[in-house]
Write a protein that binds this ligand. Structure first.
Ligand SMILES: CC(=O)[C@@H](O)[C@H](O)COP(=O)(O)O
Ligand SMILES: NCC(=O)COP(=O)(O)O
Length: 250
């Protein structure tokens, strides 16, 4: 089955936040994306609310519950207490834990599973107690021992950090090499019984090679490149283009 597309709304929220006005509408564009065939919506509410605001979460939850009961809400963030309370309140179908420092401009690395094992064990147990799927942001390094820790702390999936792969848009040879590394990492994760998601700087151009190398990829979450294309083609057409790049027949 081709990878599902979860549309990350952070970039739409950032545009909205330029003014004290409610447009572009984060929930409205999420609705257009789901109507066009996206399988879910992703948000990464950072502590300073510079993109998604905490007040965006309830309307997104209601949108999915009301019109798209098959769709999934994916909340990403560092597992500090405020984020965990937001998760408890809004009950996303999936929580993706990322090791971000609040001062980071954007996510730029996966977990150090060895150093964070105790923290992750506690947090994953708490989230699994709520019945939520848990995914852990992981570097595309085929490190079996580290990935075994991700499995052993109770995660359901990893999300491969594809930033370096996305950054090679003008270097096809390096992109192919990194797709191979991501694929090796995914193969180890599958062998350990983990599911595999991917995200960061994915585009219509670089998705097909990744999807071909990882045919069992469960989900991609995409915001920056997708929002850029939505400015050019509109959100609905952009979602269809990204779904096709995942290998979906839309
Ligand atoms: C975990 C990940 O890769 C995404 O959440 C990405 O960091 C988007 O976040 P921003 O839109 O805040 O940069
Ligand atoms: N998990 C990655 C994500 O949600 C979106 O990242 P990007 O496409 O904005 O780089």
């Amino acid at each position: 089955m081709p990878a599902k597309l979860s549309v990350n709304l952070n970039a739409v929220a950032m545009l909205r936040n330029r003014r004290d006005l409610p447009w572009p509408s984060v929930t409205g564009l999420g609705q257009i994306a789901l109507r066009a065939g996206a399988s879910g919506l992703t948000v990464h509410p950072r502590p300073d609310q510079r993109h998604i605001r905490f007040s965006d979460l309830a309307p997104i939850r209601s949108l999915i519950d009301g019109e798209f009961p098959e769709a999934e809400f994916n909340m990403e963030g560092f597992p500090e207490e405020n984020f965990l309370r937001l998760v408890e309140e809004h009950r996303p179908e999936q929580v993706t834990l990322v090791p971000d420092d609040p001062r980071q401009a954007t996510s730029d690395h996966g977990w150090d599973f060895r150093a964070s094992e105790a923290l992750l064990r506690t947090i994953v147990a708490r989230l699994k107690g709520l019945g939520l799927r848990v995914s852990l942001f992981a570097d595309g390094e085929p490190d079996r021992e580290a990935l075994a820790i991700a499995r052993d702390v109770g995660a359901d999936r990893i999300e491969l950090y594809t930033g370096p792969y996305g950054g090679c848009h003008d270097d096809p040879a390096e992109a192919a090499r990194l797709a191979g590394r991501l694929g090796e990492t995914a193969d180890i994760a599958f062998g350990l019984g983990l599911g595999v998601n991917a995200g960061h700087d994915l585009t219509v151009a670089n998705l097909p090679m990744l999807a071909a190398r990882i045919p069992r990829l469960a989900e991609v979450s995409i915001g920056h490149g997708l929002t850029a294309d939505a400015l050019e083609y509109g959100m609905a057409e952009t979602v269809r283009r990204f779904c096709r790049a995942c290998g979906q027949d839309v």
